[in-house]
Design a protein. Structure first.
Ligand SMILES: Cc1cc2nc3c(=O)[nH]c(=O)nc-3n(C[C@H](O)[C@H](O)[C@H](O)COP(=O)(O)O)c2cc1C
Length: 216
């Protein structure tokens, strides 16, 4: 299952019934969270108008992503300053296919998390905080795995979160919550069978970061 749960962006017209979606969430909810505080909340969006607004709200994130990628930068990376101008970003065209998964899936799950229950041990390190995400992304990945198990599929998207305040207003999300991901879910046109990933020897080393590649 883990080797074949790829990003699904094209969906058939088949419905994702509430009872299947409930089962998917019922399995995914067993994901770990810091202190078992379980701060996630899922909004199941099926309404067409709401989805169109979500696509509109992903333009800001997409423009900078595309502009920086074209300029050879790591898009939205929190380490190096952006080298394209705000004017260039604003003038960047966003191809309509980027919004297709949110419009074409039978449901879009907006996963948010209550920051009051996320222990952010890395909040004073002078870099962007990563640890609070660990209290929600295992759940997000669990949803995609559980969907695959039901022969459904989806994709983890985050671009729209650049406009988080406006999404929160649109969906009535409380102040202390952060949006972790938007997951379009539906019946895949095609199930992927082979994913392109780095081998273990490239991503693991012995004893130290610069240690020998880990292989058996
Ligand atoms: C944090 C994160 C953000 C992502 N954001 C988007 C997104 O905004 N739009 C999109 O189509 N895919 C998005 N993806 C999906 C990735 O592009 C996808 O997982 C990756 O390319 C691997 O694809 P594969 O599983 O089909 O090989 C995101 C994935 C992650 C983990």
């Amino acid at each position: 299952m883990m080797r074949t749960t790829g990003a699904v962006r094209r969906f058939t017209d088949d419905p994702l019934p509430d009872e299947v979606l409930e089962r998917i969430l019922d399995n995914a909810r067993f994901a770990p969270t810091g202190g078992n505080r379980q701060g996630a909340h899922v909004i199941v969006v099926r309404d067409r108008e709401t989805r169109e607004k979500l696509v509109e709200l992903s333009v800001t994130g997409a423009q900078r992503y595309i502009a920086q990628t074209k300029n050879g930068e790591g898009p939205w990376n929190p380490v190096k300053p952006m080298r394209v101008t705000p004017e260039e970003v604003a003038a960047t065209e966003v191809p309509p296919y980027l919004g297709a998964p949110v419009l074409g899936a039978d449901a879009v799950l907006v996963v948010c998390v209550d920051l009051n229950v996320c222990a952010a041990f890395d909040q004073y390190l002078g870099r962007i905080a990563l640890i609070p995400g660990a209290s929600v992304y295992p759940f997000v990945w669990g949803i995609l795995l559980a969907a695959r198990n039901e022969v459904y599929g989806g994709v983890l998207t985050t671009m729209a979160v650049a406009e988080e305040p406006r999404i929160k207003e649109l969906l009535g999300i409380p102040d202390d919550y952060a949006i972790a991901a938007l997951l379009p879910i539906g019946k895949p046109v095609k199930q992927v069978s082979k994913l392109t990933r780095k081998p273990v020897s490239e991503i693991a080393t012995r004893e130290r970061f610069d240690g020998e590649p880990f292989t058996s």
